[in-house]
Design a protein around this ligand. Sequence first.
Ligand code: PBG
Length: 306
Amino acid sequence: MVQEFRLHKNDFVLPIFVHDQLESTPIAHLPGHQRVDAISLMAHCEHILTKGIRAIALFPVIDSDKKSPECDEAVNPDNLVCQVTRRIKKAFGDDIIVCGDIALDPYSSYGHDGIVKNGAIVNDDTLDILAKMACNQAAAGVDIVAPSDMMDGRVLAIRDALDNDGYHDTLIMAYTAKYASHLYGPFRDALASLPQFGDKKTYQMNYSNRYEAAIELDLDVAEGADIIMVKPATLYLDIISDFRASTPLPVAAYHVSGEYAMLHSAARDGYIDFSEALYESLTAIKRAGASIIVTYGALDIVDILQ
Ligand code: PBG
């Protein structure tokens, strides 16, 4: 009766990696997750629905021959994400909420989230491409576009483009405070998207900064974000808590690949109990103020909750 916070299955978004191959392949450092082929994806969606998870975040693994410096595949209206979204929406309609990733790293031969010119990531040249991507995904049926790229001004560019094309009902979940973290390794492995030069510190945030996140929050709210996100989650509870106190918008948190992988590896080595530590981690994220939690442990936690 006096417990303040409870986890609920509706809190969670499950990230899913999809690739354009005939069979699913395991991801080395992300136990329980695969690069899923398009056919198995449908069975997977059926499965997660029966478990009670209704929201997914799609991440495409793009074949290397389709990656390019210009990221042309990102704006192909028939690219992998658009194809599989159309299938999911045809089969499941609104039973499954699809979040589409907006960033160029899966499509870039440089592994960067923006367009690269003369060895630098060019903010403004990237915005049109992101906006086009968002419209393509909305046309395919994506419910929530989620810019994870951290270019400045992209929420406004996406909002304008969606409005112009008549996609008034598509939500924007902005990765508002996304830090240049060392916990993204398993994800980059899964996508083969390791940056080919430098790092992402010119566009992702410095993890030593707390107050700067307020600037990012003001911008994303003013530009029209519907949901704002903090990423990673468990090492960034102060930021989640700050956001909760500063905006009435829903606050999301991304419990990233490295956070999930650490729980698994420590449990495998006998240091901790996976289920208990996952439960505690996700509860801490919710207690800090996140009402939406993107986690690779979504299926594990609903089992535990049951
Ligand atoms: C890139 C992106 C990343 C993640 C989601 N989108 C990695 C990065 O910024 O390099 C990481 C998520 C995770 O580690 O689970 N747009």
